[in-house]
Design a protein around this ligand. Structure first.
Ligand code: GDP
Length: 320
């Protein structure tokens, strides 16, 4: 039997790369898309240039490839920038998902579709933990755009029978995380401190809490969603929160240092707090998909710090 074909949009980002690696391991033929048409270093898959504003490219690709699966990771990411450029975010994180669904319906209706959705759907939630039935109250253009995408997935599933699923992903990290995210910032700083290159690390609110999981586990959940009997939406989360302070203690602890000697808190960098804790109940994913996160918080932080140490060593810095 020939290999299954899958399209992974946003192949240069953390999730796109993690998903592509997982799918290659599983024997899929992977085709990536990115805005520039370039792929990430070290990942040997064909990459098609696609700007999500333009529906013709994805429709043509679906038409010719007739892939079994499509994973959508192409988006503006969350974080401090999720209030910037609200209309572009609406277009890329929201409308473009409608374009993909419409292209699937028109050109390749058997293609199964997995969307990287977000806990930002819950935003100003009133209940904790959140599950698939918790009302959505997005607080940012990012969350509003993801909500539009989420609603369209439900509509295409119900009205057109497309096998489309939304993974409501809580924070998920890895050594491939973008440098502006707090996990990566802290991992990098801990590694720099270890080699004597860090004086101070200025952060926002150290008491901010997140449900941080491992990105490899999140993409595994998305793959399982597309192997299920029926399409559905799932919360993908660890069900546990840690504070930014815990993250600092863990990362610096891995290199034998005390974060308190380096970290300062900058009140100007504080973000608005959520009314209730944003933490996911992934019971449905466990029950229906048999999915459980494999990599815990400490292990994930250790992986990130070690990757930063290796990167510093590769640049030729002396280690202590
Ligand atoms: P987000 O949850 O998608 O916005 O991911 P981030 O990694 O950007 O932020 C996670 C949490 O860490 C948020 O509650 C931030 O307010 C908090 N945080 C505290 N200090 C910092 C910082 O210096 N940088 C970032 N990015 N986040 C910080």
């Amino acid at each position: 039997m020939s290999a299954k074909t899958t399209i992974v949009t946003g192949i240069t980002g953390q999730d796109g790369q993690m998903a592509a690696r997982l799918l290659l391991e599983k024997g899929y033929r992977v085709i990536g898309t990115s805005r520039s048409g370039r792929g990430p270093t070290g990942l040997d898959v064909p990459v098609v240039a696609w700007d999500l504003i333009d529906p013709s490219v994805i429709e043509g690709l679906l038409q010719t490839e007739q892939p079994q699966e499509l994973y959508n990771f192409a988006a503006f990411s969350s974080g401090a920038g999720m209030y910037d450029r609200p209309l572009e975010i609406g277009d890329i994180n929201g409308l473009a998902v409608g374009r993909i669904l419409e292209a699937i319906r028109a050109a390749s209706p058997h293609t199964r579709f997995a969307q990287a959705s977000s806990s930002e759907l819950f935003g100003l939630a009133q209940q904790t933990p959140q599950n698939e039935s918790t009302p959505f109250r997005p607080r940012s253009p990012y969350g509003a755009a993801k909500l539009y995408a989420h609603a369209m997935i439900d509509i295409y599933r119900e009205r057109y029978g497309v096998f489309a699923c939304s993974a409501i992903l809580y924070n998920h990290e890895s050594p491939l995380r973008g440098p502006a995210f707090v996990t990566r910032k802290i991992a990098r700083a801990a590694a720099e401190a270890k080699v004597g290159r860090l004086e101070r690390l200025s952060l926002g609110n150290l008491e901010a809490r997140r449900d941080w999981g491992y990105a490899g586990d999140s993409v595994e959940a998305m793959w399982r969603m597309l192997q299920a009997e029926a399409p559905a939406d799932y919360v993908v989360a660890t069900g546990r929160t840690h504070s930014v302070r815990d993250l600092c203690a863990c990362a610096f602890g891995h290199v034998g240092l005390d974060y308190r000697s380096f970290v300062t808190e900058d009140p100007d960098a504080f973000r608005a707090a959520e009314p209730v804790e944003i933490v996911g109940d992934a019971g449905k994913a466990a029950r229906v998909l048999g999915w459980l996160p494999k990599v815990g918080f400490e292990e994930m932080v250790r992986m990130m710090v070690h990757a930063e140490l290796r990167a510093i060593e590769d640049q030729g810095a002396p280690t202590r």
